[in-house]
Design a protein. Structure first.
Length: 364
C-alpha cells in the first residue's frame, strides 16, 4: 500500500501536528486534566484572547459576591440597585518556544512520519511538564529547591509576571509553628493541620467580608476545596492516622460530584476538601531556627487560585514549525505558544490559595 509522505514545512503537516501537539500536551498536564477551566468556577481559570499577541496584558475579573440587604415588601426598589463590584488582576502573555533536531542523514534512519511523531511526543511531554512546573511555582510564590524543575533556582518568572510570595494572611504553618523560623521536625502534615487550614479558609469571609477571601468551587451544588501536597506529606498524613486515612478514602468514593475532574486521582476527602499529591510540590531546605530543615509548601486552593492566559498562534494554540537546515542535512521541528501564568491577587493579597508549610524530610 502506497503511503503519502508530506515533506517538512508542508502546510498540511503544520496544521495536523500543531493540533496533535495541543491535544497531547493537555492530556499529559496534571493541572489541565483536573483543575483548569474556562469559567470563574475553576481552580485555575483559563483565558483565551484571540486578538492578543506577545507582550499584551490580559485583564481578568475575580469572583465577588453581592453584599447589600434585599428590599422587603412594597418598599421602593428603584434607586437601591447594588453596583456590581469587580476585583480585577492582569497577566502579561509572551511567546515561548522549544525545538528539537532529528540529527543529520547519517544518524537519521527513519521516515519523516516517524520523526514528526517522535518530535511531537518529546515536545508534548516537555510542555506538559513545564506548564505544571509554572503553576506550582506561581501558586507557591517560590521556585524552591526542586531538582527536576526546568527553570533554574533564582528564576524570576515569565513575561514579567512576578513570582509573589504569599502574604501573611495566606500562609499557615503545621503543628505549633507560627513562622518559617519556628518550624521543627515535629511540625509535619497531619489531619489536624488540614482541618485547621480548612476552618481558617472557611472563616475568612465571615471574619473579614470586605477583604479578598477564598471561595470554593461548586461541584454539583456542593462547595469544594483542593489540598495539594507532596508524596512526603502524603506519607506523613497516612502513617500518622491510619484509621483516619481509611475514612478519608471512603469519603472520596462516596462524595457528591465525584465524577468532576477535581476528584481525578484524589487521595481522599476531608469534609469538603479533596486531597491530592504530586511530586512537583515546591520544596525548601532552609526552615527552622538553624535555617537548615527540609520543608514543603502544600497548596490549599479554591476558585481562581491562578490564571493561565493564551494568545494566538498560527492554526492552533501551539505553533508547529519544520525546516531543513545545514543545506538539507538536518530536519528540525519547533513548537511555540503565546502564554502567561499568574497567581490571582488583589490589593496585595492572594485571592484563591493558601500556602500550607510543613516540615517534610525525604522518606528513605
Amino acid at each position: 500500500m502506497t503511503q503519502t509522505v508530506i515533506n517538512p514545512g508542508d502546510i498540511k503537516a503544520i496544521k495536523k501536528w500543531s493540533a496533535d501537539l495541543a491535544r497531547d500536551t493537555n492530556a499529559q498536564s496534571y493541572f489541565s486534566q483536573r483543575f483548569v477551566g474556562k469559567g470563574k468556577n475553576s481552580i485555575i481559570q483559563q483565558k483565551t484572547e484571540l486578538e492578543a499577541d506577545a507582550g499584551d496584558t490580559i485583564q481578568f475579573d475575580l469572583s465577588v459576591q453581592l453584599r447589600g440587604a434585599p428590599t422587603v415588601g412594597d418598599d421602593r426598589l428603584k434607586g437601591k440597585e447594588e453596583n456590581q463590584r469587580f476585583y480585577s488582576d492582569q497577566v502579561v502573555i509572551d511567546q515561548m518556544r522549544k525545538a528539537v533536531s532529528s540529527g543529520g542523514k547519517m544518524t537519521r534512519k527513519r521516515t519523516i512520519i516517524d520523526l514528526r511523531t517522535n518530535a511531537k511526543e518529546l515536545l508534548s511531554e516537555y510542555w506538559a511538564k513545564y506548564f505544571d512546573e509554572l503553576l506550582f511555582i506561581y501558586l507557591s510564590g517560590a521556585r524552591g529547591i526542586n531538582q527536576d524543575f526546568i527553570q533554574p533556582q533564582g528564576w524570576t518568572g515569565h513575561a514579567g509576571n512576578a513570582i509573589q510570595a504569599p502574604d501573611a494572611a495566606h500562609v499557615i504553618y503545621a503543628g505549633s509553628a507560627t513562622s518559617k523560623a519556628t518550624i521543627t521536625s515535629s511540625d509535619k502534615m497531619s489531619r489536624t493541620f488540614l482541618e485547621r487550614a480548612q476552618t481558617y479558609v472557611r472563616m475568612m469571609r465571615a471574619t473579614d467580608p470586605e477583604s479578598t477571601r477564598m471561595k470554593p468551587v461548586t461541584v454539583d451544588g456542593e462547595p469544594r476545596y483542593v489540598a495539594l501536597m507532596s508524596p512526603q506529606d502524603e506519607f506523613n498524613l497516612r502513617t500518622s492516622d491510619t484509621t483516619g486515612w481509611v475514612e478519608m478514602n471512603k469519603a472520596l468514593i462516596t462524595a457528591a460530584g465525584k465524577n468532576s475532574p477535581i476528584f481525578k486521582g484524589g487521595l481522599g476527602m476531608l469534609a469538603n476538601t479533596v486531597l491530592h499529591s504530586h511530586e512537583s510540590v515546591v520544596r525548601f531546605s532552609d526552615y527552622g531556627v538553624g535555617v537548615n530543615l527540609p520543608a514543603t509548601r502544600s497548596l490549599f486552593m479554591g476558585r481562581q487560585a491562578a490564571v493561565v492566559a493564551y494568545g494566538t498562534g498560527p492554526g492552533s494554540r501551539y505553533q508547529w514549525i519544520e525546516e531543513k537546515d545545514d543545506y538539507g542535512n538536518l530536519t528540525n521541528a519547533a513548537s511555540g505558544v503565546i502564554v502567561g501564568v499568574k497567581k490571582a491577587r488583589f490589593n496585595g493579597k492572594d485571592f484563591g490559595v493558601v500556602a500550607l508549610d510543613a516540615y517534610s524530610a525525604p522518606v528513605n
